[in-house]
Design a protein around this ligand. Structure first.
Ligand code: NAD
Length: 487
Protein backbone atom coordinates (compact mmCIF):
# COMPACT_ATOMS: atom_id res chain seq x y z
CA UNK A 1 0.00 0.00 0.00
CA UNK A 2 1.15 3.58 -0.57
CA UNK A 3 2.30 4.64 2.87
CA UNK A 4 2.69 8.38 2.25
CA UNK A 5 -0.64 9.09 0.60
CA UNK A 6 -2.01 12.53 1.53
CA UNK A 7 -5.61 12.97 0.30
CA UNK A 8 -5.50 16.76 0.68
CA UNK A 9 -2.68 16.93 -1.87
CA UNK A 10 -4.30 14.52 -4.31
CA UNK A 11 -5.22 16.20 -7.57
CA UNK A 12 -8.27 14.56 -9.09
CA UNK A 13 -7.55 13.20 -12.57
CA UNK A 14 -9.21 15.22 -15.31
CA UNK A 15 -9.62 14.99 -19.05
CA UNK A 16 -10.08 11.92 -21.21
CA UNK A 17 -7.36 9.27 -21.20
CA UNK A 18 -6.56 8.42 -24.80
CA UNK A 19 -3.52 6.79 -26.38
CA UNK A 20 -1.74 6.51 -23.03
CA UNK A 21 -2.11 10.08 -21.82
CA UNK A 22 -4.60 12.68 -20.62
CA UNK A 23 -6.33 14.75 -23.28
CA UNK A 24 -7.59 18.04 -21.87
CA UNK A 25 -11.05 19.26 -22.88
CA UNK A 26 -13.37 21.94 -21.45
CA UNK A 27 -15.26 20.77 -18.37
CA UNK A 28 -19.00 20.41 -18.88
CA UNK A 29 -20.32 18.12 -16.13
CA UNK A 30 -19.94 18.69 -12.39
CA UNK A 31 -19.02 15.77 -10.16
CA UNK A 32 -20.79 15.93 -6.78
CA UNK A 33 -20.07 14.09 -3.54
CA UNK A 34 -23.29 12.40 -2.39
CA UNK A 35 -22.03 12.54 1.20
CA UNK A 36 -21.91 16.32 1.29
CA UNK A 37 -23.78 17.54 -1.78
CA UNK A 38 -20.68 19.58 -2.66
CA UNK A 39 -19.07 19.77 -6.09
CA UNK A 40 -15.71 17.96 -6.00
CA UNK A 41 -14.69 18.29 -9.64
CA UNK A 42 -15.82 18.57 -13.23
CA UNK A 43 -15.33 16.54 -16.38
CA UNK A 44 -15.64 17.07 -20.12
CA UNK A 45 -18.27 15.37 -22.27
CA UNK A 46 -16.75 13.55 -25.25
CA UNK A 47 -18.56 14.16 -28.53
CA UNK A 48 -18.53 11.80 -31.50
CA UNK A 49 -15.22 13.25 -32.70
CA UNK A 50 -13.46 12.61 -29.38
CA UNK A 51 -14.88 9.06 -29.27
CA UNK A 52 -13.60 8.55 -32.80
CA UNK A 53 -10.15 9.70 -31.69
CA UNK A 54 -10.17 7.13 -28.88
CA UNK A 55 -11.33 4.32 -31.18
CA UNK A 56 -8.66 5.23 -33.74
CA UNK A 57 -5.93 5.22 -31.06
CA UNK A 58 -7.18 1.86 -29.78
CA UNK A 59 -7.04 0.35 -33.26
CA UNK A 60 -3.55 1.77 -33.89
CA UNK A 61 -2.32 0.42 -30.55
CA UNK A 62 -3.69 -3.04 -31.36
CA UNK A 63 -1.78 -3.10 -34.65
CA UNK A 64 1.42 -1.56 -33.22
CA UNK A 65 1.61 -3.87 -30.21
CA UNK A 66 0.09 -6.98 -31.82
CA UNK A 67 -1.60 -7.40 -28.41
CA UNK A 68 -3.93 -10.13 -29.66
CA UNK A 69 -1.10 -12.03 -31.38
CA UNK A 70 1.79 -11.91 -28.91
CA UNK A 71 2.71 -14.82 -26.69
CA UNK A 72 -0.43 -15.08 -24.51
CA UNK A 73 1.77 -15.43 -21.42
CA UNK A 74 3.14 -11.94 -22.09
CA UNK A 75 -0.40 -10.53 -21.99
CA UNK A 76 -0.89 -12.40 -18.76
CA UNK A 77 2.34 -10.96 -17.29
CA UNK A 78 1.35 -7.37 -18.08
CA UNK A 79 -2.08 -7.88 -16.53
CA UNK A 80 -0.55 -9.38 -13.39
CA UNK A 81 1.74 -6.35 -13.12
CA UNK A 82 -1.32 -4.10 -13.48
CA UNK A 83 -3.04 -5.99 -10.66
CA UNK A 84 0.08 -5.52 -8.50
CA UNK A 85 0.04 -1.76 -9.12
CA UNK A 86 -3.67 -1.59 -8.30
CA UNK A 87 -2.92 -3.27 -4.96
CA UNK A 88 0.03 -0.99 -4.28
CA UNK A 89 -2.17 2.05 -4.91
CA UNK A 90 -5.16 0.70 -3.02
CA UNK A 91 -5.37 3.67 -0.70
CA UNK A 92 -5.43 6.20 -3.53
CA UNK A 93 -7.98 4.19 -5.50
CA UNK A 94 -10.22 3.77 -2.43
CA UNK A 95 -10.09 7.53 -1.91
CA UNK A 96 -10.91 8.21 -5.56
CA UNK A 97 -13.82 5.77 -5.34
CA UNK A 98 -15.18 7.31 -2.13
CA UNK A 99 -14.90 10.95 -3.12
CA UNK A 100 -17.72 10.85 -5.67
CA UNK A 101 -19.55 7.56 -5.18
CA UNK A 102 -21.64 5.98 -2.44
CA UNK A 103 -18.85 3.58 -1.41
CA UNK A 104 -17.14 4.20 1.94
CA UNK A 105 -13.37 4.31 1.35
CA UNK A 106 -12.65 1.51 3.82
CA UNK A 107 -15.19 -0.79 2.15
CA UNK A 108 -14.02 0.19 -1.32
CA UNK A 109 -10.44 -0.71 -0.50
CA UNK A 110 -11.29 -4.26 0.49
CA UNK A 111 -14.43 -4.92 -1.54
CA UNK A 112 -13.58 -3.14 -4.79
CA UNK A 113 -9.89 -2.29 -5.16
CA UNK A 114 -8.37 -5.53 -3.88
CA UNK A 115 -11.09 -7.68 -5.42
CA UNK A 116 -10.61 -5.94 -8.77
CA UNK A 117 -6.89 -6.78 -8.67
CA UNK A 118 -7.81 -10.38 -7.89
CA UNK A 119 -10.32 -10.50 -10.75
CA UNK A 120 -7.84 -9.05 -13.24
CA UNK A 121 -5.45 -11.88 -12.31
CA UNK A 122 -8.32 -14.36 -12.62
CA UNK A 123 -9.03 -13.25 -16.20
CA UNK A 124 -5.33 -13.02 -17.08
CA UNK A 125 -5.02 -16.73 -16.35
CA UNK A 126 -7.35 -17.60 -19.23
CA UNK A 127 -5.01 -15.92 -21.73
CA UNK A 128 -2.68 -18.88 -22.17
CA UNK A 129 -5.03 -21.66 -21.15
CA UNK A 130 -8.19 -21.18 -23.13
CA UNK A 131 -8.85 -21.21 -26.83
CA UNK A 132 -9.64 -23.12 -29.98
CA UNK A 133 -10.74 -26.71 -30.52
CA UNK A 134 -9.91 -29.52 -32.87
CA UNK A 135 -13.18 -30.99 -34.09
CA UNK A 136 -14.15 -34.38 -35.52
CA UNK A 137 -14.58 -34.10 -39.31
CA UNK A 138 -14.25 -36.74 -42.04
CA UNK A 139 -10.72 -38.02 -42.68
CA UNK A 140 -10.57 -36.21 -46.01
CA UNK A 141 -10.64 -32.94 -44.08
CA UNK A 142 -8.87 -31.22 -41.25
CA UNK A 143 -11.20 -29.01 -39.24
CA UNK A 144 -10.78 -26.81 -36.23
CA UNK A 145 -12.40 -23.90 -34.48
CA UNK A 146 -10.02 -21.00 -33.94
CA UNK A 147 -10.91 -18.19 -31.59
CA UNK A 148 -9.71 -14.63 -31.87
CA UNK A 149 -10.21 -11.31 -30.14
CA UNK A 150 -12.86 -8.94 -31.46
CA UNK A 151 -10.61 -5.88 -31.72
CA UNK A 152 -11.92 -2.79 -29.95
CA UNK A 153 -14.44 -3.36 -27.15
CA UNK A 154 -16.65 -0.39 -26.19
CA UNK A 155 -17.54 -0.54 -22.51
CA UNK A 156 -20.00 1.58 -20.53
CA UNK A 157 -20.33 1.33 -16.75
CA UNK A 158 -22.70 2.61 -14.02
CA UNK A 159 -22.04 4.68 -10.88
CA UNK A 160 -22.59 1.90 -8.38
CA UNK A 161 -19.32 0.04 -7.72
CA UNK A 162 -17.57 2.01 -10.49
CA UNK A 163 -14.19 0.39 -9.98
CA UNK A 164 -15.47 -3.19 -9.81
CA UNK A 165 -17.63 -2.63 -12.86
CA UNK A 166 -14.68 -1.24 -14.82
CA UNK A 167 -12.59 -4.25 -13.73
CA UNK A 168 -15.27 -6.64 -14.98
CA UNK A 169 -14.99 -5.03 -18.42
CA UNK A 170 -11.21 -4.46 -18.59
CA UNK A 171 -10.14 -7.87 -17.26
CA UNK A 172 -11.71 -10.25 -19.80
CA UNK A 173 -11.44 -7.84 -22.76
CA UNK A 174 -7.69 -7.23 -22.33
CA UNK A 175 -6.84 -10.82 -21.36
CA UNK A 176 -8.63 -11.98 -24.51
CA UNK A 177 -6.45 -9.69 -26.66
CA UNK A 178 -8.72 -6.69 -27.25
CA UNK A 179 -8.30 -2.96 -26.77
CA UNK A 180 -10.90 -1.06 -24.72
CA UNK A 181 -12.63 2.29 -25.01
CA UNK A 182 -14.56 2.73 -21.77
CA UNK A 183 -16.99 5.36 -20.55
CA UNK A 184 -17.51 5.38 -16.78
CA UNK A 185 -20.61 7.00 -15.34
CA UNK A 186 -20.35 10.78 -15.48
CA UNK A 187 -21.02 10.76 -11.71
CA UNK A 188 -18.06 8.52 -10.79
CA UNK A 189 -15.20 8.87 -13.29
CA UNK A 190 -12.09 8.85 -11.09
CA UNK A 191 -11.11 5.24 -10.40
CA UNK A 192 -11.50 4.25 -14.04
CA UNK A 193 -9.14 7.07 -15.08
CA UNK A 194 -6.58 6.13 -12.46
CA UNK A 195 -6.74 2.46 -13.44
CA UNK A 196 -6.02 3.53 -17.02
CA UNK A 197 -2.97 5.50 -15.84
CA UNK A 198 -1.72 2.45 -13.95
CA UNK A 199 -2.24 0.19 -16.98
CA UNK A 200 0.41 2.13 -18.89
CA UNK A 201 2.80 2.00 -15.92
CA UNK A 202 2.25 -1.76 -15.84
CA UNK A 203 3.48 -2.10 -19.41
CA UNK A 204 0.13 -2.60 -21.10
CA UNK A 205 0.79 -0.86 -24.43
CA UNK A 206 -0.44 2.75 -24.48
CA UNK A 207 -3.68 3.06 -26.41
CA UNK A 208 -5.11 -0.30 -25.36
CA UNK A 209 -6.94 1.28 -22.42
CA UNK A 210 -8.81 4.47 -23.29
CA UNK A 211 -11.27 6.35 -21.11
CA UNK A 212 -13.71 8.81 -22.62
CA UNK A 213 -15.73 10.90 -20.17
CA UNK A 214 -19.24 12.09 -20.69
CA UNK A 215 -22.92 11.32 -20.39
CA UNK A 216 -25.07 8.59 -21.91
CA UNK A 217 -26.99 10.41 -24.63
CA UNK A 218 -23.88 12.05 -26.19
CA UNK A 219 -20.79 9.98 -25.34
CA UNK A 220 -22.51 6.65 -24.72
CA UNK A 221 -24.47 6.88 -27.97
CA UNK A 222 -21.29 7.78 -29.87
CA UNK A 223 -19.57 4.64 -28.52
CA UNK A 224 -22.37 2.17 -29.22
CA UNK A 225 -22.94 3.60 -32.71
CA UNK A 226 -19.29 3.81 -33.74
CA UNK A 227 -18.48 1.48 -36.65
CA UNK A 228 -14.97 0.89 -35.27
CA UNK A 229 -16.31 -0.59 -32.01
CA UNK A 230 -16.41 -4.35 -32.57
CA UNK A 231 -18.35 -5.30 -29.45
CA UNK A 232 -20.29 -3.44 -26.79
CA UNK A 233 -20.19 -4.41 -23.12
CA UNK A 234 -22.66 -2.46 -21.00
CA UNK A 235 -23.70 -2.43 -17.35
CA UNK A 236 -26.51 -0.16 -16.26
CA UNK A 237 -30.26 0.20 -16.25
CA UNK A 238 -32.67 -1.78 -18.39
CA UNK A 239 -33.90 1.52 -19.84
CA UNK A 240 -30.41 2.46 -21.10
CA UNK A 241 -29.88 -1.16 -22.24
CA UNK A 242 -32.95 -0.85 -24.49
CA UNK A 243 -31.70 2.47 -25.89
CA UNK A 244 -28.33 0.85 -26.64
CA UNK A 245 -29.96 -2.10 -28.45
CA UNK A 246 -31.98 0.35 -30.48
CA UNK A 247 -28.92 2.42 -31.39
CA UNK A 248 -26.95 -0.67 -32.36
CA UNK A 249 -29.83 -1.90 -34.51
CA UNK A 250 -29.95 1.47 -36.24
CA UNK A 251 -26.23 2.09 -36.73
CA UNK A 252 -24.90 -1.35 -37.61
CA UNK A 253 -25.25 -4.73 -35.94
CA UNK A 254 -22.58 -5.66 -33.42
CA UNK A 255 -22.49 -8.14 -30.55
CA UNK A 256 -23.29 -6.88 -27.08
CA UNK A 257 -23.26 -7.95 -23.48
CA UNK A 258 -25.87 -6.19 -21.35
CA UNK A 259 -25.88 -6.39 -17.54
CA UNK A 260 -29.09 -4.67 -16.50
CA UNK A 261 -31.49 -4.10 -13.65
CA UNK A 262 -33.10 -6.48 -11.20
CA UNK A 263 -35.87 -6.91 -8.66
CA UNK A 264 -34.65 -10.03 -6.96
CA UNK A 265 -36.66 -12.12 -4.47
CA UNK A 266 -35.33 -13.66 -1.26
CA UNK A 267 -37.68 -16.49 -0.24
CA UNK A 268 -37.65 -17.74 3.36
CA UNK A 269 -39.37 -20.99 4.35
CA UNK A 270 -40.52 -21.75 7.89
CA UNK A 271 -37.81 -24.38 8.38
CA UNK A 272 -34.98 -21.90 7.72
CA UNK A 273 -32.45 -20.83 10.33
CA UNK A 274 -34.14 -17.53 11.21
CA UNK A 275 -31.09 -15.75 12.59
CA UNK A 276 -29.09 -16.66 9.49
CA UNK A 277 -32.00 -15.58 7.26
CA UNK A 278 -32.31 -12.23 9.08
CA UNK A 279 -28.60 -11.58 8.65
CA UNK A 280 -28.61 -12.57 4.95
CA UNK A 281 -31.79 -10.59 4.15
CA UNK A 282 -30.26 -7.55 5.81
CA UNK A 283 -26.98 -7.97 3.92
CA UNK A 284 -28.95 -8.74 0.77
CA UNK A 285 -30.38 -5.22 0.60
CA UNK A 286 -28.54 -2.71 2.82
CA UNK A 287 -24.91 -2.64 1.58
CA UNK A 288 -24.28 0.47 -0.53
CA UNK A 289 -27.76 1.59 0.65
CA UNK A 290 -29.39 -0.92 -1.67
CA UNK A 291 -27.68 0.48 -4.73
CA UNK A 292 -26.51 -2.76 -6.27
CA UNK A 293 -28.00 -4.70 -9.13
CA UNK A 294 -28.39 -8.01 -7.29
CA UNK A 295 -30.11 -6.40 -4.27
CA UNK A 296 -32.73 -8.70 -2.76
CA UNK A 297 -35.42 -6.08 -2.71
CA UNK A 298 -38.41 -8.43 -2.41
CA UNK A 299 -38.61 -10.49 0.79
CA UNK A 300 -41.07 -13.35 0.53
CA UNK A 301 -41.60 -15.09 3.85
CA UNK A 302 -43.63 -18.05 5.17
CA UNK A 303 -46.60 -16.69 7.11
CA UNK A 304 -45.86 -18.57 10.36
CA UNK A 305 -42.44 -16.92 10.77
CA UNK A 306 -43.29 -13.56 9.17
CA UNK A 307 -43.86 -11.51 12.33
CA UNK A 308 -40.72 -12.77 14.01
CA UNK A 309 -38.53 -12.18 10.94
CA UNK A 310 -40.04 -8.76 10.22
CA UNK A 311 -39.29 -7.57 13.75
CA UNK A 312 -35.72 -8.98 13.61
CA UNK A 313 -35.19 -7.08 10.36
CA UNK A 314 -36.73 -3.81 11.56
CA UNK A 315 -34.47 -4.00 14.62
CA UNK A 316 -31.38 -4.50 12.43
CA UNK A 317 -32.39 -1.75 9.99
CA UNK A 318 -32.81 0.81 12.78
CA UNK A 319 -29.18 0.30 13.82
CA UNK A 320 -27.66 1.72 10.64
CA UNK A 321 -25.84 5.04 11.04
CA UNK A 322 -24.98 7.11 7.98
CA UNK A 323 -21.42 8.36 7.57
CA UNK A 324 -19.40 10.37 5.07
CA UNK A 325 -17.81 7.99 2.56
CA UNK A 326 -14.41 9.45 3.48
CA UNK A 327 -14.88 8.85 7.23
CA UNK A 328 -12.36 6.46 8.74
CA UNK A 329 -15.06 4.10 10.03
CA UNK A 330 -17.44 3.05 7.24
CA UNK A 331 -21.10 3.83 7.84
CA UNK A 332 -24.36 3.58 5.95
CA UNK A 333 -23.92 4.80 2.36
CA UNK A 334 -25.48 7.89 0.82
CA UNK A 335 -27.78 7.75 -2.21
CA UNK A 336 -25.80 8.72 -5.30
CA UNK A 337 -27.75 11.93 -6.04
CA UNK A 338 -30.67 14.04 -4.90
CA UNK A 339 -32.55 13.05 -8.06
CA UNK A 340 -32.19 9.39 -7.18
CA UNK A 341 -33.20 10.06 -3.56
CA UNK A 342 -36.39 11.82 -4.69
CA UNK A 343 -37.18 8.89 -6.96
CA UNK A 344 -36.77 6.42 -4.08
CA UNK A 345 -38.93 8.54 -1.78
CA UNK A 346 -41.54 8.91 -4.53
CA UNK A 347 -41.85 5.13 -4.88
CA UNK A 348 -42.12 4.63 -1.10
CA UNK A 349 -44.85 7.29 -0.87
CA UNK A 350 -46.71 5.84 -3.88
CA UNK A 351 -46.55 2.40 -2.29
CA UNK A 352 -48.15 3.81 0.90
CA UNK A 353 -50.91 5.49 -1.11
CA UNK A 354 -51.62 2.11 -2.71
CA UNK A 355 -52.28 0.61 0.74
CA UNK A 356 -48.88 -0.66 1.93
CA UNK A 357 -47.76 -0.46 5.56
CA UNK A 358 -44.48 1.15 6.62
CA UNK A 359 -42.66 -1.25 8.97
CA UNK A 360 -39.63 1.06 9.38
CA UNK A 361 -37.83 3.96 7.67
CA UNK A 362 -39.62 5.80 4.89
CA UNK A 363 -37.77 9.12 5.03
CA UNK A 364 -34.42 10.75 4.41
CA UNK A 365 -31.97 10.98 7.32
CA UNK A 366 -31.95 14.37 8.97
CA UNK A 367 -28.39 15.39 8.07
CA UNK A 368 -26.33 16.82 5.20
CA UNK A 369 -25.89 14.76 2.05
CA UNK A 370 -28.29 12.41 0.31
CA UNK A 371 -29.04 9.70 2.89
CA UNK A 372 -32.23 7.62 2.99
CA UNK A 373 -33.34 5.47 5.92
CA UNK A 374 -33.37 1.68 5.66
CA UNK A 375 -36.99 1.03 4.81
CA UNK A 376 -39.20 -2.05 5.09
CA UNK A 377 -42.64 -2.08 3.50
CA UNK A 378 -45.29 -4.64 4.45
CA UNK A 379 -48.83 -5.52 3.36
CA UNK A 380 -48.02 -5.17 -0.30
CA UNK A 381 -49.81 -6.97 -3.09
CA UNK A 382 -48.04 -8.07 -6.24
CA UNK A 383 -49.15 -4.99 -8.19
CA UNK A 384 -47.85 -2.48 -5.66
CA UNK A 385 -45.37 -0.01 -7.19
CA UNK A 386 -42.68 -0.93 -4.66
CA UNK A 387 -42.96 -4.61 -5.67
CA UNK A 388 -42.84 -3.97 -9.41
CA UNK A 389 -40.23 -1.21 -9.83
CA UNK A 390 -36.48 -1.50 -9.36
CA UNK A 391 -36.01 1.06 -6.56
CA UNK A 392 -32.21 0.96 -6.30
CA UNK A 393 -32.21 2.20 -2.73
CA UNK A 394 -32.38 0.84 0.85
CA UNK A 395 -35.98 -0.28 0.48
CA UNK A 396 -37.37 -3.82 0.64
CA UNK A 397 -40.91 -5.10 0.42
CA UNK A 398 -42.14 -7.88 2.71
CA UNK A 399 -44.72 -10.36 1.39
CA UNK A 400 -46.00 -13.56 2.96
CA UNK A 401 -47.03 -16.98 1.60
CA UNK A 402 -48.63 -20.20 2.79
CA UNK A 403 -47.66 -22.76 0.15
CA UNK A 404 -44.60 -23.48 -1.97
CA UNK A 405 -46.64 -22.68 -5.10
CA UNK A 406 -47.65 -19.35 -3.68
CA UNK A 407 -44.01 -18.59 -2.81
CA UNK A 408 -42.89 -19.31 -6.38
CA UNK A 409 -45.73 -17.25 -7.86
CA UNK A 410 -44.67 -14.28 -5.73
CA UNK A 411 -40.97 -14.79 -6.58
CA UNK A 412 -41.67 -14.60 -10.31
CA UNK A 413 -41.29 -11.14 -11.83
CA UNK A 414 -42.69 -10.22 -15.22
CA UNK A 415 -39.70 -8.10 -16.23
CA UNK A 416 -36.58 -9.04 -14.31
CA UNK A 417 -34.65 -12.26 -13.68
CA UNK A 418 -31.26 -11.35 -12.22
CA UNK A 419 -30.93 -13.31 -8.94
CA UNK A 420 -32.93 -15.10 -6.27
CA UNK A 421 -32.29 -16.33 -2.74
CA UNK A 422 -33.80 -19.39 -1.04
CA UNK A 423 -33.68 -20.10 2.68
CA UNK A 424 -34.63 -23.60 3.82
CA UNK A 425 -33.05 -26.56 5.62
CA UNK A 426 -34.82 -28.95 3.21
CA UNK A 427 -32.24 -29.82 0.55
CA UNK A 428 -34.78 -31.49 -1.77
CA UNK A 429 -36.95 -28.41 -1.71
CA UNK A 430 -33.93 -26.19 -2.36
CA UNK A 431 -32.89 -28.21 -5.40
CA UNK A 432 -36.45 -28.47 -6.70
CA UNK A 433 -37.12 -24.74 -6.42
CA UNK A 434 -33.72 -23.72 -7.77
CA UNK A 435 -34.93 -25.17 -11.07
CA UNK A 436 -38.18 -23.23 -10.94
CA UNK A 437 -36.74 -19.80 -10.29
CA UNK A 438 -36.31 -17.66 -13.41
CA UNK A 439 -32.98 -16.03 -12.60
CA UNK A 440 -29.38 -16.00 -13.77
CA UNK A 441 -28.14 -16.75 -10.24
CA UNK A 442 -29.71 -18.55 -7.29
CA UNK A 443 -28.21 -18.44 -3.80
CA UNK A 444 -29.28 -20.98 -1.18
CA UNK A 445 -28.93 -20.17 2.53
CA UNK A 446 -26.77 -17.16 1.61
CA UNK A 447 -27.30 -14.02 -0.40
CA UNK A 448 -24.59 -12.34 -2.44
CA UNK A 449 -21.53 -13.16 -4.49
CA UNK A 450 -18.47 -14.85 -3.08
CA UNK A 451 -14.88 -14.61 -4.30
CA UNK A 452 -15.52 -17.55 -6.65
CA UNK A 453 -14.98 -15.47 -9.76
CA UNK A 454 -15.47 -18.58 -11.90
CA UNK A 455 -19.24 -18.25 -11.36
CA UNK A 456 -20.62 -16.05 -14.14
CA UNK A 457 -23.06 -13.29 -13.30
CA UNK A 458 -25.80 -11.99 -15.54
CA UNK A 459 -29.53 -11.76 -15.88
CA UNK A 460 -32.38 -13.54 -17.56
CA UNK A 461 -35.26 -11.71 -19.23
CA UNK A 462 -34.88 -7.90 -19.13
CA UNK A 463 -32.05 -8.22 -16.60
CA UNK A 464 -29.56 -8.78 -19.36
CA UNK A 465 -27.87 -10.58 -22.16
CA UNK A 466 -24.62 -12.51 -21.71
CA UNK A 467 -22.43 -12.74 -18.62
CA UNK A 468 -19.76 -10.91 -16.70
CA UNK A 469 -17.23 -12.90 -14.64
CA UNK A 470 -16.45 -16.57 -15.12
CA UNK A 471 -15.06 -18.27 -18.19
CA UNK A 472 -18.14 -17.06 -20.07
CA UNK A 473 -17.01 -13.45 -19.76
CA UNK A 474 -13.59 -14.30 -21.15
CA UNK A 475 -15.08 -16.26 -24.06
CA UNK A 476 -17.54 -13.44 -24.75
CA UNK A 477 -14.54 -11.29 -25.59
CA UNK A 478 -13.36 -13.66 -28.31
CA UNK A 479 -15.12 -14.79 -31.47
CA UNK A 480 -14.78 -18.15 -33.15
CA UNK A 481 -13.73 -18.97 -36.70
CA UNK A 482 -14.42 -22.40 -38.22
CA UNK A 483 -11.59 -23.63 -40.42
CA UNK A 484 -11.89 -26.59 -42.81
CA UNK A 485 -8.97 -27.81 -44.93
CA UNK A 486 -9.23 -30.35 -47.75
CA UNK A 487 -6.45 -32.87 -47.29
P1 NAD B 1 -27.76 4.08 -16.26
O1 NAD B 1 -28.32 3.11 -17.22
O2 NAD B 1 -28.45 5.35 -16.05
O3 NAD B 1 -26.26 4.45 -16.67
C1 NAD B 1 -25.27 3.46 -16.85
C2 NAD B 1 -24.23 3.98 -17.81
O4 NAD B 1 -24.83 4.07 -19.10
C3 NAD B 1 -23.70 5.36 -17.49
O5 NAD B 1 -22.33 5.42 -17.83
C4 NAD B 1 -24.53 6.26 -18.41
O6 NAD B 1 -23.89 7.46 -18.72
C5 NAD B 1 -24.67 5.37 -19.62
N1 NAD B 1 -25.85 5.61 -20.47
C6 NAD B 1 -27.06 6.07 -20.12
N2 NAD B 1 -27.87 6.12 -21.19
C7 NAD B 1 -27.14 5.66 -22.25
C8 NAD B 1 -27.42 5.48 -23.64
N3 NAD B 1 -28.60 5.78 -24.15
N4 NAD B 1 -26.45 5.00 -24.43
C9 NAD B 1 -25.24 4.67 -23.92
N5 NAD B 1 -24.91 4.84 -22.62
C10 NAD B 1 -25.85 5.32 -21.79
O7 NAD B 1 -27.55 3.25 -14.91
P2 NAD B 1 -27.02 3.78 -13.52
O8 NAD B 1 -28.11 4.57 -12.91
O9 NAD B 1 -25.68 4.39 -13.69
O10 NAD B 1 -26.79 2.39 -12.74
C11 NAD B 1 -27.80 1.73 -12.08
C12 NAD B 1 -28.39 0.63 -12.93
O11 NAD B 1 -27.36 -0.29 -13.31
C13 NAD B 1 -29.40 -0.19 -12.19
O12 NAD B 1 -30.51 -0.44 -13.00
C14 NAD B 1 -28.65 -1.49 -11.87
O13 NAD B 1 -29.49 -2.59 -11.64
C15 NAD B 1 -27.78 -1.64 -13.07
N6 NAD B 1 -26.62 -2.49 -12.78
C16 NAD B 1 -26.61 -3.79 -13.25
C17 NAD B 1 -25.56 -4.64 -12.96
C18 NAD B 1 -25.54 -6.07 -13.45
O14 NAD B 1 -24.49 -6.72 -13.35
N7 NAD B 1 -26.65 -6.61 -13.94
C19 NAD B 1 -24.49 -4.16 -12.19
C20 NAD B 1 -24.52 -2.84 -11.73
C21 NAD B 1 -25.60 -2.02 -12.04
Amino acid sequence: MSSNFAPAEMKLPSGHFIGGDYVAAPDEIEVVSPSTGKVVGAIPCADAQMVDRAVTEARKALVRSNWGGILPRDRLKALHKWADLIEENAQILAYLEAIASSRPAADAKVGDVLITAEQIRFFAEFADKEGGNLVPVSDSHFGYIADEPYGVVGAITPWNFPMSMAGWKFGPALAAGNAVVIKPSEMTPYTTLYMAELSVKAGIPAGLVNVVLGDGPVTGTAITGHPGIDKVSFTGSTRAGSAIMENIARTGIKPMTLELGGKSPMVVFADADLDLAAECLDRGIMPNAGQFCVAGSRMIVAREIADELASKLAERFKRYRPADTLAEKPGFSPIISETQLSRIDGIVKASMREGAELLCGGNRFDRDGSYYQPTLIGSVDKDNTAVREEIFGPVATFQTFETEEEAMALAWHGTYGLCAGLFTRDLSRALRLTRKLEAGTVWVNRYGRSRDHILPTGGWKASGLGKDLGQEAYLANRRTKSVLIDL
